[in-house]
Design a protein around this ligand. Structure first.
Ligand code: TMP
Length: 230
């Protein structure tokens, strides 16, 4: 169904990130949200981490191959940071400055969860990396897609088909259970920014929750633009 056109609000775009464990359905939900925003007349950019720029995609390949793990947790964190630095500088910041809405599959919460809470890289190290790579850039809204580990692992295995599990998919069940807990904690610690979504529901139900949160956050008070969207 066509959405009514949005009255363009000039200025900076919005930065929305999607986080969650393996098989939590982030990519599907990002595509669904991008379609709704596009249909409403907004310019969107869908991107991902690690990756999203030519340089960062090379690092993605390196990290997911398991190369970073061989170097140890701090060095692996530096690889994610280098990828993020390039991605933010060459893709995310310029897009936001043009007024584009940036929808990013994973961002700094992934580092906090995977390298911080699970990899035991210290908060001081992560803070230092964050200052260098993203400075004051903070997502305007973060969806944390929460799904039981068994469900997520099954979805990830189906998606992978005959391919081998990557660096993180091949971690054990306990790792993925702790990861789910880490994300739930991040959501609880920053309720202003984070929305925890039950991602065990069907795709359309999850997409509806995401859309409601976006509408409430960005358009409810904006009378004359999207306030009338159903
Ligand atoms: P995905 O994009 O297919 O989810 O794969 C990216 C993997 O990289 C995922 O297992 C999470 C991991 N990751 C980190 O460990 N730290 C990070 O900062 C980011 C962005 C991803």
């Amino acid at each position: 169904m066509a959405e009514p056109a949005v009255k363009r609000v000039p200025g900076r775009g919005r930065f929305i990130t999607f986080e969650g464990g393996e098989g939590s359905g982030k990519s599907t939900q990002i595509r669904a949200l991008a379609q709704r925003l596009d249909a409403a007349g907004l310019r969107t950019l869908v991107t991902r981490e690690p990756g999203g720029s030519p340089g960062a995609e090379i690092i993605r390949h390196l990290v997911l191959s398991g190369m970073g793990k061989l170097l140890g947790p701090d060095a692996e964190t530096l690889l994610f940071a280098a990828a993020r630095d390039d991605h933010v500088r060459t893709v995310i910041e310029p897009a936001l400055a043009r007024g584009t809405w940036v929808l990013c599959d994973r961002f700094s919460d992934s580092t906090r969860a995977y390298q911080g809470r699970l990899g035991q890289v210290t908060p001081a190290f992560l803070d230092a990396m964050q200052r260098v790579t993203i400075g004051d850039l903070k997502p305007d809204l973060t969806f944390i897609l929460d799904v039981p580990v068994e469900v997520g692992m099954k979805r990830a295995a189906i998606r992978r088909g005959a391919g081998a599990p990557d660096r993180f998919e091949s971690e054990n069940l306990k790792f993925h259970q702790d990861l789910r807990e880490a994300y739930r904690q991040i959501a609880a610690e920053d309720p202003q920014r984070c929305v925890l979504v039950d991602a065990d529901a069907d795709t359309a139900t999850v997409a509806a929750s995401v859309w409601t949160a976006v509408r409430d956050r960005f358009f409810k008070a904006d009378v004359g633009s999207m306030a009338s969207l159903a």
